[in-house]
Each structure stands twice: as C-alpha cells, then as structure tokens.
Ligand binder design. Sequence first.
Ligand code: SAH
Length: 371
Amino acid sequence: PFQGYYTRRGGIGDSGDFITSPEISQVFGELIGIWYISEWMAMGKPKTFQLVELGPGRGTLAEDILRVFNQLTSVLSKCDVSVHLVEVSPKLSEIQARMLTGGKVQPNPEDESAYMKGISKTGIPIFWYRDIQDVPSGYSFYLAHEFFDALPIHKFQRTEKGWREVLVDIDPEVPDQLRFVLSPSSTPATENFIQPEETRDHVEVCPEAGVIVQRLACRIEKDGGAALVADYGHDGTKTDTFRGFRNHKLHDVLSAPGTADLTADVDFSYLRKMTQERTTTLGPIKQREFLKNMGIDLRLQVLLQNSRDTATREQLLHSYDMLMNPEKMGDCFNFFALLPHHRLVRADKKDEPESKSPLPPVAGFNELLLK
Ligand code: SAH
C-alpha cells in the first residue's frame, strides 16, 4: 500500500515507464466513446447510465470519451450520465482530477462512498473510488484499459511431483537480492487456482482479475450495461509473461521492487470462465481489427483532411501506425466485451412473430458495413 509502484510512481507517458494507446492518439478514446453510444442506442437508450472506468491512469481515455459524449449531446440528450473512476493511486487520481475537472474537486464528500468528487469540464459529475464494490449499482458501461495486466498474479510450475507455486525468496548468497524458488509442496494457491483441465506446464493466474470480472458480470446481469476490456493478452495459451518496465525498457522484476511497472499478459480464457455465463462474452479480438471495425480509417482521413501542417499529419500517421501495426500494438492488444445475453439472443418466446427485426450487431466485433 505504501511502497507499491502505483502508489509511489505510476509513470505513464513519454517521461514515465510505459506508454498506452490513449496517450498515443485521441482517436483511440474517441472510438471507444462511440462504442458506448452505439451500445446505449442498441439497448434502447436507457434514461441514465454510469461510465465506470477501472484504473484510469492519467485520465486521458475518459477525457476523450467525454469529449465524444459532449459532441454527440444531441444524440445523448435527456440521458443522465455520470462518471465513476476506480483508482488506488493518490498521485494518479490527482492527475485525473486536473485533467477532467481542471482541479475543481471536493475530497472526502460526506454523503458518498466515493473518496473524491467533481464536475467534468463538460458538466458531468465524476466520482472516485478505491474498489469497484463502492461504485453504486445501476445501469453501467464499464471500461478496463490496461488495468487487469497491472494486478498481481500467482505463478505455477508443473513438476514430476505435481504443481508447485513459484515464490519470491531472499537470496542467501547475495545481499539485497531476491530470487525465485519453487514451493517444496503444494500450496493453497496450487490447490485452488489451477483448472483441472490445464495442459500447460507453466501458468500465471490472476485471482483478483477473476473476482473483478465476476463482479462486473453480476452487475451487468442484474442492472444491465456492458463492459469493454482492452489489454495485451492471450486466450489461455501463453505461459511465462511476467515482466517489468522502467523508463520504457525491460526491467528485472526482482530488482528494486516498487520502482518498475510489473505486468503479466491477461488470460482472456480465464476472464471468460469467471463470468460464469452470467453474461455473453465477445472476443478477444485484435486491437487492429477492433479499431478497423470501429472506423479508424475514416476518422484518420477526416483528421488528415482537417490538418494543414505537415508535422500534425505526420504525427497522425505515426500514431495510427503505433496502434494498428501488427508488429507494434495492433496484434498483441485485444478487445473483449461482456454483454447481457439478451443483447445477442432474443428471449425465446414461441408466440413471437418470426419477422421481428434482427438485433443490431455489436460495433467493433463485427465488420464495419458502410451504407
Ligand atoms: N487505463 C490507463 C492506465 C493504465 S495503468 C491507460 O490506458 O493509460 C493501470 C491503472 O490501474 C493505473 O491508473 C493504476 O493506478 C490503476 N490500478 C492499479 N492497480 C489497481 C487496483 N488494484 N485498483 C484500482 N486501480 C488500480
């Protein structure tokens, strides 16, 4: 709680330890904003919704989404929107408050479970919490971008004697040096966190991600809404992905703990399992496919046409390449969604006329068809 990376450092951006898509291009957040509006329309334009973001970093993604909401006020008119940010880092929540409200926030509001509240520059109320459980229930759109990869994992190794947990130990030979060791026997974690049908020899499990996804699925099942999860990850195939980043370079995870960003690929097959079929899941699909389906090419063309100077045009093309190039972020980042079952399959009513119009496709996960 006091010496951890996000409470002490949390360096996102050029001057920090790692860079994320919303920090690279405004288009990323704009397309995500459009995804929420599209789902809101497909679900019959409910009169109110909460936008709940887990781990909002510098607040850039929320800022870009709120700009889209503001530009589409005529579409969202009469809809009561509020923003709820789940953030543990005091430093980052301050940066978010400055970015989204211009610094006009009220710490420790008495009447709320939130630890801070304010009003966005576009007039939308914003609340901050430390845990998803503190966010009031209600129709909500959830967002987790590069959030799940930041949560702690357990590592396991298959041995001749069965599964063993990889633990961190103090190296007896070298002062101030940590090392990895295997547990001499099974542990509560090996007993509880490995799926019986597991075929890999080395597995990383993030139980905290499982608990949070379970909560999201329960909330969506009960109150409606949707969740969009974007992260680098795999669908239950990768093994040893735990690594550290400091100043944009790979960093030994065991050296100088608390000073580097520690991360592990998100196992989407595990997240899917943890929804316990309370919701439908879509994806994971590659970031470049999702953004293409969301119309990134058209958006780029418009921005290029509207920009006069070469530097801006070059910047637009460069950031597009960063997000879309399979060698850069295009292939390793994935999009994954949780949706209520009725969003994709109509409730089976025998007496319903067959001619009913089909449910609209979910944007981003289906090819964009231009009429
Ligand atoms: N979504 C942002 C930031 C990603 S970094 C972006 O894409 O730029 C991860 C974020 O999750 C940071 O804001 C960090 O402070 C937050 N975070 C890490 N662990 C958390 C936890 N257990 N609960 C809530 N937030 C957490």
